[in-house]
Design a binder for this molecule. Sequence first.
Ligand code: IPE
Ligand code: IPE
Ligand code: MG
Length: 255
Amino acid sequence: MTETMDAFHNGSSPVHVPRHVAIIMDGNGRWARERGLPRAVGHRQGTENLREILRAAVETGIEVLTLFAFSTENWKRPRAEIRVLMNTLELVIDRELRELDEQGVQIRHIGELEGIPPKLQRKIREAVALTRHNRTLILNVALNYGGRDEIVRAVRRIVAEGIAPEAIDEQLIERYLYTGSLPDPDLIIRTSGERRLSNFLVWQGSYAEYHFTSVYWPDFGREHLRDALAEYSRRTRRFGQTDEQLRPRLSTPHV
Ligand code: IPE
Ligand code: IPE
Ligand code: MG
């Protein structure tokens, strides 16, 4: 956690900026339904705010932004909707890649590439290769991602490599997850009023702070991100310890 004055902050005290923010971008379908529009329009509209959110993340000094774009469970949706989602993701890469590269954004993918339609797979590989030396912000796209699937795949590789049981600890397991050397998410935001993880970052999110907002993803803008960050900076993260241990000046008599 870094202490900086973020771009949104208009008070005088420093704000705790999370290193890693992850967003479950939910509510595209309901956004469309409430307007009498097809779900596809909601998915398309749910890409219009990406540029603004990315810029705000860069300005704030966030190091890693993970976006949940498509889960391993989303394959259960109607084929036509899956096609729309995949086409929309291709479109976003075509439309945004140049600017993201110019901003110094490093694009990464978490999830299983195999299983994604070949054309989109190719575009993801190209985007990752093109931006791999960029250092401003890591944009981690979770696509065909499932937290349980990730753990299953990690266990399989650990077993296949013949790693001794005594050598297995939390650090080793982390190295086998898609997120590898990335810090755990400090803040996980979910839009659309749902309050669940839906198989997102189940290992990595074990000590994250959660921010739920009723705003549908297509309406989520810079001001909503600012609210989430402001709320985050007011929270106390104890990681199992007591307040007194963390701030010894709070002299509550102990036990
Ligand atoms: C998020 O919006 C996009 C994906 C899950 C791929 P939804 O499509 O889940 O929208 P709702 O939840 O039906 O409103
Ligand atoms: C989670 O949203 C996945 C993404 C945002 C990509 P869903 O809309 O698929 O989650 P559930 O099915 O409501 O839990
Ligand atoms: Mg949903």
